[in-house]
Write a protein that binds this ligand. Structure first.
Ligand code: NAP
Length: 204
């Protein structure tokens, strides 16, 4: 069982733009973070769309779907994704949403079940591990949620899809984060014209 986090990041370290809100899910200026994803065959397949590029980027996306058995996310990521994901969200696994506001479990088509967890990051992770079986738990976002898991030393592998773009401002993932001087090793680097995919493992 590996706990992963997997995010798109600009070269200057941003994972969302400015003024993130329900009407502005990625935030202002965030488009370059996600452009590499839209035409991937594996991503389109999960949206119920045909076509798209079968390339290395698409393989990496498919790998994430294959190895992930449960997902943890923050309520902001859930709220900003809810409408876009629709009735058959791409996860097709249990998803545990961190929030301070209790809400009934939502069962969607295709195996995605959203459970709202109000008793903290450890509880959400324990529930996700129990649900994931042999597969990984991914801490999907947003920044505030992933930062809490990083600070608590609970993430084993971090994959960053660094896009060749400078956002200039927005939400940072890693700045000012106290990880207790954990050490990292490089697991894999995949470089494509769309993004540089960097995968690290925390060794301590
Ligand atoms: N670059 C990428 O790959 C990537 C990936 C995912 C998301 N994103 C972006 O990230 C942005 C959203 O991230 P965000 O950092 O603003 O928010 P977030 O982490 O998605 O959600 C924050 C909310 O989660 C709840 N929460 C977090 N920690 C909690 C805890 N310990 N206990 C209880 N509730 C907790 C709180 O909700 P309540 O207010 O309900 O209590 C909090 O307001 C979006 O713009 C999205 O596009 C980017």
């Amino acid at each position: 069982m590996t706990v992963t986090a997997d995010l798109a990041m600009s070269l200057d370290g941003f994972v969302a733009g400015t003024d993130v809100s329900l009407d502005n899910p990625g935030g202002d200026g965030a488009e370059p973070l996600f452009e590499w994803i839209h035409n991937l065959a594996s991503w389109r397949e999960r949206q119920g769309l045909s076509g798209g590029e079968e390339n290395r980027d698409s393989e990496l996306m498919r790998e994430w779907f294959d190895v992930t058995g449960a997902v943890v996310m923050g309520r902001m990521m859930y709220d900003t994704g809810e409408e876009f994901w629709g009735d058959n969200p791409p996860f097709r696994t249990p998803v545990f949403v961190l929030t301070h506001r209790p809400r009934r479990t939502l069962v969607k088509q295709g195996g995605t079940v959203f459970t709202f967890v109000t008793d903290g990051i450890h509880s959400a992770l324990d529930q996700a591990k129990a649900a994931a079986g042999e597969r990984n738990v991914d801490i999907a976002g947003g920044a505030s949620t992933v930062r809490q898991y990083l600070a608590a030393g609970l993430i084993d592998e971090l994959q960053l899809h660094v896009v060749p773009a400078l956002l200039g401002e927005g939400v940072r993932l890693l700045g000012g984060l106290d990880t207790g001087r954990r050490t990292l090793e490089v697991v894999r680097v995949v470089d494509t014209p769309l993004a540089t995919h960097l995968k690290y493992r925390f060794t301590r």
